[in-house]
Design a protein around this ligand. Structure first.
Ligand code: UGA
Length: 442
């Protein structure tokens, strides 16, 4: 960290906040992580990351040992400690609405502001509806003893789960939404080690910074639903969406990333972000401009029900009494996150249809069991597959991709597989006598 380095607090120690706090401490800053969940704080202070993220546990231990990082629930301590305060709390979807729930953002600001007695920068990282920062600025200045000396900036976060460390230390870009040269300078100081290794910086206003985040996630979601829409056409036309996507990907203007067809997107971000964005645009009177996001969402949901249909077809036309092995629960591999996980949605729908569903996931078992206790769970791929009538691949973990179709075939009742993620080799499965089906492939 540079000389006279600002001291940093990170409010909210969930996925984003814990990663940010740990990485900032590893870069050499003194960091205080703040949360209201004492159990989470205890784990972090003891060197345990409360979620699965490759590489992060090692960095947490290193940061704690360096003495640069600690965690507290005390906002007064945070206010006295920090020069730059990062706001990293969640903005989930409101229940019964598509809008973002801003209660955690508001309560963090309300808890911190009364303890800001000197010049400080508060930096929002949470994904929020455009206009939120402008509104929160007034609240912050009104509640802080230092008044207008406290400034709000917005620095959206683009990290992917499973690559959180890499994306934090070497992001594709940094976006600084600021209202003054001072705020920009502060942010440049905090991110100096990241900027030095080559990440470009886009400096802009608060509204644009907020929008960059939802525009990026909307684009990514649209790209996935685009190829999945092509899969629907392929299915009825007798074409192969896998080869179609491959052929499209060589056009460098299109590119192959986020063009993998299959079960579609889930997780704590993409689904709720496109809904919140559409909702905000409607509030602003420009709903029509992003009305296509409703279609993106609908295409994505259809992938789940279509996967259930394929399993039903393979099970002989009815799910009643069928034994199904569901491989995967996490919303994507290298994660234990089951928020809006397509895998568990499909497993649940299969069960509702009358099937006996046995689930296995390498990392997300605990989370899945807590959220869906009525599903059956196995301790391994082979245990899940034992006596199954249909195997359905729902999350493309390497361990599922690499399993030998012959070995898997030895334990099932019938060699029938639905490849929900286009992750298995159809030729290898067919050679081993499997009936192989995948969305959008003949
Ligand atoms: C996403 C964005 O990629 C990050 O840039 C962003 O910071 C983050 O949301 C966020 O807003 O916090 P993440 O949710 O971790 O990151 O996961 P992704 O790797 O983007 O995958 C999202 C979903 O899309 C997964 O369910 C994945 O299986 C699916 N997907 C992805 C596809 O179905 N096809 C693809 O080609 C790519």
């Amino acid at each position: 960290a540079p000389e006279a380095a600002p001291r940093i607090t990170v409010l909210g120690t969930g996925y984003l906040g814990a990663t940010h706090a740990i990485c900032m401490a590893v870069l050499g800053f003194e960091v205080l992580g703040v949360d209201v969940d004492q159990a989470k704080l205890d784990r972090l202070n003891a060197g345990q990351v409360p979620f699965f993220e490759p590489g992060l546990p090692e960095l947490l231990v290193k940061a704690l040992e360096s003495g640069k990082l600690r965690f507290t629930s005390d906002y007064a301590e945070a206010g006295a400690f920090g020069d730059v305060h990062f706001l990293c709390v969640g903005t989930p979807q409101q229940s019964g609405s598509n809008a973002a729930d801003l209660r955690y953002v508001e309560s963090a600001i309300t808890a911190l502001a009364p303890h800001l007695a000197r010049r400080a920068l508060v930096v929002g990282k949470s994904t929020v509806p455009v206009g939120t920062a402008a509104r929160l600025t007034g609240l912050l200045n009104a509640l802080a003893p230092a008044g207008e000396q406290v400034e709000l900036a917005w620095n959206p976060e683009f990290l992917r789960e499973g690559y959180a460390v890499e994306d934090t230390l070497r992001p594709d870009r940094l976006v600084f939404g600021v209202r003054s040269a001072w705020a920009e300078e502060r942010l440049r100081t905090v991110f100096e080690p990241v900027i030095e290794q080559g990440s470009p910086v886009v400096v802009t206003d608060l509204n644009t910074a907020e929008l960059v985040k939802v525009a990026a996630n909307s684009f990514l979601a649209t790209k996935i639903s685009y190829i999945n829409a092509m899969a629907e056409v392929c299915e009825v036309a007798g074409a192969d969406v896998h080869q179609l996507a491959d052929a499209l990907s060589y056009d460098t203007r299109i590119g192959g990333r986020f063009l993998r067809p299959g079960l579609g997107f889930g997780g704590g971000c993409l689904p709720k972000d496109i809904r919140a964005f559409a909702h905000r645009a409607e509030e602003l009177g420009v709903g029509q401009a992003v009305a296509f996001l409703h279609e993106v969402d609908a295409i994505n949901r259809r992938r789940r029900s279509r996967t259930v249909d394929l399993v039903r077809e393979l099970a002989g036309g009815s799910l009643e009494g069928a034994r199904i092995a569901a491989l995967g629960a996490a919303f994507k591999p290298n994660s234990d996150d089951i928020r809006d996980a397509p895998a568990l949605d499909v497993a649940r729908m299969l069960q509702e249809g009358g099937a006996a569903v046995r689930v296995y996931d390498p990392e997300a078992m605990g989370n899945a069991q807590r959220a869906y206790p009525s599903l059956e769970y196995a301790q391994s791929t082979l245990e899940a597959a034992r006596d199954a009538d249909v195997v359905v691949l729902l999350t493309e973990w390497t361990e599922f991709r690499e399993i030998d179709p012959e070995m898997l075939g030895a334990v099932v009742a019938q060699r029938k597989v639905v490849d929900g993620r286009h992750a298995l080799d159809p030729a290898a499965y067919r050679a081993a006598g499997w009936e192989y089906r995948a969305l959008g492939r003949p």
